[in-house]
Write a protein that binds this ligand. Structure first.
Ligand code: FAD
Length: 420
């Protein structure tokens, strides 16, 4: 079949790769000059199977109220954004009921675990390089209650295939000596040895090369303006470069997905949740961390990507504006230097590259994958804070659906049907 993949982020590019490998004639349509230039550009870089809980944990309503307008908190809800997110916000709060939240956590986990396996297999098959690390994720806790709560969540995930170990501060330092300077501030940590890390943009670029070797083509600098339909099928795509036609279409436009789907009467409840990262050369920091370190109370994660340091965090409900806000970027830097005071000595602040991106977040947590009521339109979108973690599994499963094969995982709870 001829398949158009709409969007060249990590999700669209992985989908194109698997479709091309299945023998389809694939073309990716992307408005930027290259793949991976929007939300997949400089994310936290963590394949965090351990962090699959949707962000609307029970009790989130109170927290959201506390975050309104607060520049000095890990999350911020801007009053101006509230009118534009009422319907989504209502669903987000409704899904924070404990039973729903636990159910959605397990749906995310099913996909994340599958995805981690597909990524490992892909690495072996292609030898793809993306500054990846396999030393796991160490979460740090500064109070007993949050450590106990995290241990309880980890214990719920364990039987499904997520090993973990709770550590006291001394054991945490033994495992990751780079945290020694702040050991006295910690109550302990939880180590997830199977989590991984890597540069999502570098991966996306390298996989685009692999996809091209499999025959896929990439049409850059082309804005998708509309999807045409005869009511049953998509008949073509109107773009800034003219009309394109195919046998099948995969929508992978991140936070732009709802705008293109809305005229078709497809309601994709995806809201942009802005986040920040800062990237710097590690310079002379020879005792930099080996593994990903995430401080749960400061809500910042520090990941080594080859000889670079990536610091990421922050959740900002502020609409579709992706431009970095200096105060939020400064906040990430301040939190990262509280976890690793050595950053101040080794990293030249002027060389730090700030970035911000919009997480495509659904109100229940899991992404939206697979078929729609249009016979030849498929979705792979809405991955929120887990798009890098879930990219390979989502792409493999959606490519299977497009090819008319049963995916290797159950897509229950991941389809569009839950919103239709
Ligand atoms: C600060 C931050 C940290 C994060 N950390 C992690 C992490 O550690 N681990 C993890 O798993 N996930 C993480 N995420 C989430 C992850 O980055 C996203 O889920 C993922 O990048 C989404 O990929 P995507 O391909 O759906 O979207 P995108 O990368 O945004 O791709 C969509 C593409 O569609 C194109 N497009 C949009 N509209 C049009 C149009 N009209 N015409 C043509 N092209 C169009 C865009 O240019 C873009 O290239 C993080 C996100 C942020 C913001």
């Amino acid at each position: 079949m001829r398949v158009l993949v709409l969007g060249g982020g990590v999700i669209g590019t992985t989908t194109a790769y698997f479709l091309a490998r299945d023998g389809h004639e694939v073309e990716v349509v992307e408005r930027r000059h290259d793949v991976g230039q929007e939300t997949s550009f400089a994310n936290g870089g963590i394949i965090h199977v351990s962090l699959v809980e949707p962000w609307n944990e029970p009790g989130i309503a109170l927290k959201l109220l506390k975050w309104i307008g607060r520049e000095d908190s890990p999350a911020i809800l801007r009053p101006a954004a509230i009118p534009g997110m009422l319907a989504w916000g209502r669903e987000f709060l409704r899904n924070s009921a404990r039973a729903r939240h636990e159910r959605h956590t397990l749906i995310n986990l099913r996909l994340a675990l599958y995805s981690a396996g597909v990524l490992r297999e892909l690495r072996t098959q292609t030898g793809i390089r993306y500054d990846h690390g396999t030393a796991g994720l160490l979460k740090l806790f500064r109070d007993d209650a949050s450590l106990a709560q995290a241990a309880a969540v980890a214990e719920r995930l364990r039987p499904h295939g997520v090993p973990y170990r709770v550590l006291d501060p001394r054991e945490a330092v033994d495992l990751e000596p780079a945290i020694a300077p702040i050991a006295a501030e910690l109550q302990g940590g939880v180590h997830f040895p199977d989590d991984e890390s890597g540069d999502a943009r570098m991966f996306t670029r390298a996989l685009a090369d692999e996809a091209e070797r499999e025959g896929a083509r990439f049409r850059f600098d082309t804005i998708i303006e509309r999807l045409d339909t005869d009511g049953e099928r998509i008949t073509g795509v109107g773009t800034s470069g003219g009309r394109l036609e195919a046998d099948a279409y995969v929508l992978a436009l991140g936070t732009s997905s709802p705008a293109l789907a809305r005229p078709l009467d497809l309601r994709l409840p995806i809201y942009p949740v802005k986040g920040y990262s800062m990237t710097a050369p590690k310079g002379g920091w020879n005792d930099a961390p080996r593994m990903v370190v995430a401080d749960e109370s400061l809500k910042v994660a520090v990941t080594m990507l080859g000889d670079r340091i990536r610091m990421a965090g922050s959740a900002e409900f502020t609409g579709y504006d992706a431009t970095p806000n200096q105060r939020r970027a400064d906040y990430i830097w301040r939190m990262a230097t509280r976890v690793f005071p050595a950053l101040e000595r080794h990293v030249n602040r002027a060389a730090v590259q700030p970035w911000s991106g919009l997480r495509p977040m659904t109100p229940d947590g899991p992404p939206i994958l697979g078929a729609t009521r249009f016979r030849n339109l498929y979705l792979n979108t809405g991955h929120g804070h887990l798009g890098w973690t879930m990219a390979c599994g989502s792409a493999r499963a959606v490519a299977d659906v497009v090819s008319g094969r049963a995916p290797a995982i159950d897509l229950e709870g991941l389809g569009y049907g839950r919103f239709a």
